[in-house]
Write a protein that binds this ligand. Structure first.
Ligand code: NOJ
Length: 554
């Protein structure tokens, strides 16, 4: 315990507002670096790569779940919220990693998954072993079935991964799972559930965690009443008035107000960011200082590579952030969507990133035809624009290498429940979760000595850290240079648009004369006056080519 407390004191206590304009690097722990050769990334693997993260120039890392789990949903099915999966390490490994990150000046954010546990969690095992109506079942959402003998589900709802949202237990009752059947939804009306999560937040805060990413933050409060609506009825209900029985109910903010008292009992206050897929008008509440403090905005991730869409989204979200007193967040890639280098090389789909690239993946990567070069060129331009924006930028491991989505993973090697629950319709998210290539060759491209739990394609060699490190013009060097410049240029949170005559161009100025200009089109463009600091692709005869961003000091 003494050691843990020392770690906490070692947390860099700079300003409380470190998160407002942070560059946060998302690590999917099982696919980052494998220290013990079992084919699965682990916490000592992360610790060993801290020099890489430091050199990259990010401010913080966010770890997707590393808790004990059967991996029915890549770790978002948690068996025990206050431990480390033995395949990923131990609590001591966690302490070592947290301390090393802090020594390197990097903050640590961990994922909290409060909407559901796994079906192997002690509580769920106890619920199944206990009778109907017992206190153990009250921690979850159990109901009797309908029809003769209750053999039909309480309602015909579908889970988010496809297939039914209710599963029958051995004694005939049914439980709700908004995601896979291995992820039973918790009953947040139960005070024991509430108290236990406060304990979890303290547990990790005491171990030096600086912030939390809250999974499905809009799903906790539910009001099912005695009569359940049908799926058709559910679909007609408004989702933006706080009264939907399942999503984004107003009462959810009472939970986060309690969490806020825990966050604020630490110095510096612990931070949180909500993963809340809610109407934009409802996002500010999650992001308020009385609540979680920040909320993801996935709008750019859902947009096409298009100047008008980008401008509207940026303007809108900056205004929204001002309303909540928070700062906004920008995301192009994460562990749930097709990587942006690939999305931008496929025909525009106008929205819904989870669908963008889906046809291509389902075809095994053959149709529609991917323009890999154009996709990467646009991704680099988009990222350079993103890093010039006020607010936090959340970067997903591997995007700094310009990685594309991996297509053609054989069915027998796939892991994502979305694939298994939606045969032939959803190929799942494994293609962005393939272990990182650290070296051109060697076992699993340097990921570890024991192979890789998802197959790596041959083209990983040329996109590996080894191939890109020090290589002029590589995506890795672009990210390093851009992050270093961002750190030196960033001051206030203001953004001023610079009017131009071309609708396919976007230019804006930040404090200190820092100007970002993006050409979303194909025709080269004149640049405003100023010293060129960095460009996502070489300028051509002093002009800004298509699909390119440049930063200027003017
Ligand atoms: C959102 C997470 O990002 C995703 O990976 C997970 O499958 C669901 N929540 C369920 O926990």
């Amino acid at each position: 315990m003494t050691e843990v407390l020392e770690t906490v004191t070692a947390v860099p206590t700079a300003e409380e507002s470190w998160w407002r304009q942070a560059a946060v690097y998302q690590i999917y722990p099982r696919s980052f670096a494998d220290s013990n050769g079992d084919g699965m990334g682990d916490l000592p693997g992360i610790t060993s790569r801290i020099p890489y993260l430091k050199q990259l120039g990010v401010d913080a890392v966010w770890l997707s779940p590393f808790y004990p789990s059967a991996l029915a949903d890549g770790g978002y099915d948690v068996d025990d919220y206050r431990d480390v999966d033995p395949r990923l390490g131990t609590l001591d490994d966690f302490a070592e990693m947290a301390a090393a990150l802090h020594v390197a000046g990097l903050r640590l954010i961990v994922d909290v998954v409060p909407n559901h546990t796994s079906d192997r969690h002690e509580w769920f095992k106890e619920a199944l072993a206990s009778p109907k109506g017992s206190a153990a079942r009250e921690r979850y959402i159990f109901r009797d079935g309908t029809g003769p003998d209750g053999a039909q589900a309480p309602a015909d709802w579908e889970s988010i991964f496809g297939g039914p949202a209710w599963t029958r237990t051995a004694d005939g009752q049914w439980y709700l799972h908004s995601f896979a059947s291995e992820q039973p939804d918790l009953n947040w009306h139960n005070p024991e559930v509430r108290a236990d999560f406060l304990e979890t937040l303290r547990f990790w805060s005491d171990r030096g965690v600086d912030g939390f990413r809250i999974d499905v933050a809009h799903g906790l409060a539910k009001d099912l009443g005695d009569t359940l609506p049908s799926l058709a009825e559910l679909e007609t209900l408004a989702k933006d008035d706080g009264n939907h029985p399942l999503w984004d109910r107003d009462e959810v903010h009472e939970i986060y107000a309690e969490w806020r008292t825990v966050f604020n009992s630490y110095t510096p206050a612990r931070t949180a960011v909500a993963e809340a897929w809610v109407a934009a008008s409802r996002r500010a509440k999650y992001a308020s200082a009385e609540g979680l403090g920040q909320a993801f905005n996935f709008d750019l991730l859902e947009a096409d590579f298009d100047a008008a869409q980008f401008k509207d989204i940026i303007t809108f979200n900056l205004a929204l952030a001002t309303e909540s007193g928070s700062s906004t967040t920008w995301v192009f890639s994460n562990h749930d969507v097709v990587r942006h280098a690939t999305r931008y090389g496929l025909p525009a789909r106008n929205g819904n990133a989870t669908k963008q690239g889906a046809d291509w993946l389902l075809s095994g990567g053959t149709a529609p035809v991917l323009d890999a070069e154009l996709g990467l060129r646009r991704a680099r331009a988009a990222t350079l624009l993103e890093l010039a924006l006020p607010g936090s930028a959340y970067l997903y491991q591997g995007e700094e290498l310009g990685l594309h989505e991996v297509a053609g993973i054989p069915a027998e090697q796939r892991q994502d429940p979305a694939f298994f629950r939606n045969p032939g319709i959803d190929i799942g998210r494994d293609g962005c979760r393939v272990p990182l290539p650290w070296s051109r060759g060697g076992s699993s491209h340097g990921f570890g000595t024991g192979g890789s739990h998802l197959p790596q394609p041959d083209w990983f060699a040329d996109s590996s850290v080894e191939a890109e490190d020090g290589a002029a013009g590589s995506t890795l060097e672009l990210y390093r240079d851009a992050l270093a410049l961002r750190a030196s240029l960033q001051s206030g949170e203001e953004l001023e648009w610079i009017d131009g005559s071309r609708p396919d161009m976007l230019a804006f100025r930040r404090p200190n004369g820092w100007t970002s200009v993006t050409n979303f089109g194909t025709e080269p463009a004149e640049l405003p006056a100023g010293e060129v600091l960095i460009a996502s692709a070489p300028l051509e005869g002093g002009l800004l080519p298509g699909a390119t961003t440049v930063w200027l000091r003017s």
